[in-house]
Design a protein around this ligand. Structure first.
Ligand code: ZN
Length: 255
């Protein structure tokens, strides 16, 4: 039996109240699974800049952006120069704050460099005898292609078959995000999410499918509009067992 995201959500809401890190359970309601520490090593990050946090995007961010909490004058200077090289006048009114906005936005969009998978997962790893496929579908995904620094975006579908350990369901989108918020290629992103889950959970198998639209292709007219790139990565029983892989792919593609 497999359960999709909606079932998992229902289970979680039903049994765990407000704790969004507590996963759905396959067994009797009420009995809490024991938390275990994630045996994960950190990922290479970017060096901290002046110890300042990444600026959160502001709801009011628009034409009248207030100065963000993080300023990076060197970055802003480069954007200023880029505007000149594009033939713009960086000092005209509409562009006055653009270097600051671009600096803040790009830092935010690549904040994955500052995330550590062990920290992302935290203590949301649980002992559990559940042995069926757990799947989180339609995880929103935004990334930047490393070739053009233009967005690619779409959905990730992530599944695994536990081996005594399960992870809080809300952590799976956060793991995807930690890898997506970097300069990426879709193929590597897919592999990294699969590897991270394998590392964190030591499951019997992992499967990841990502379907995404690439603005570097669409906006430049390289490919037909609306052509979607689909990548997948399978590990363990998802690789070795045809029926597991088939079930995963069927669920990933909305079967
Ligand atoms: Zn590209």
């Amino acid at each position: 039996m497999s359960r999709d995201q909606d079932d998992e959500r229902f289970g979680r809401d039903d049994q765990a109240g407000d704790d969004d890190d507590f996963p759905a359970r396959a067994g009797a309601a009420g009995a809490q699974a024991a938390r275990v520490n994630p045996p994960v090593r950190g990922l290479p990050g970017r060096p901290p800049r002046d110890g300042r946090p990444v600026a959160e995007p502001r709801a009011a961010e628009g034409l009248d952006l207030d100065p963000g909490p993080a300023r990076n004058r060197e970055f802003e200077g480069i954007v200023h120069r880029m505007l000149e090289l594009l033939g713009e006048d960086p000092d005209r009114e509409g562009l006055m704050k653009t270097p600051q906005r671009v600096s803040n936005a790009l830092t935010w969009l690549t904040r994955g460099y500052e995330l550590d998978i062990a920290e992302v997962v935290g203590d949301a790893l649980f002992e559990e005898e559940h042995e069926d496929m757990v799947m989180v579908r339609d995880i929103e995904l935004y990334s930047l292609c490393e070739h053009h620094m233009l967005p690619f975006f779409g959905k990730a579908h992530v599944a695994y078959i536990p081996d005594r350990h399960i992870v809080g369901l809300s952590k799976i989108p956060r793991i995807v995000d930690a890898f997506a918020r970097r300069l990426q290629v879709q193929e590597r992103l897919t592999e990294q999410v699969a590897d991270a889950l394998e590392q964190v959970l030591k499951p019997r198998g992992v499967g990841v499918v990502i379907e995404a639209y690439h603005l570097c292709m669409m906006m430049r007219g390289v490919e037909k509009q609306n052509s979607k790139t689909i990548t997948s990565a399978v590990r363990g029983s998802f690789r070795t067992k045809a029926e597991t892989r088939d079930e995963f792919l069927r669920l990933a593609h909305g079967g």
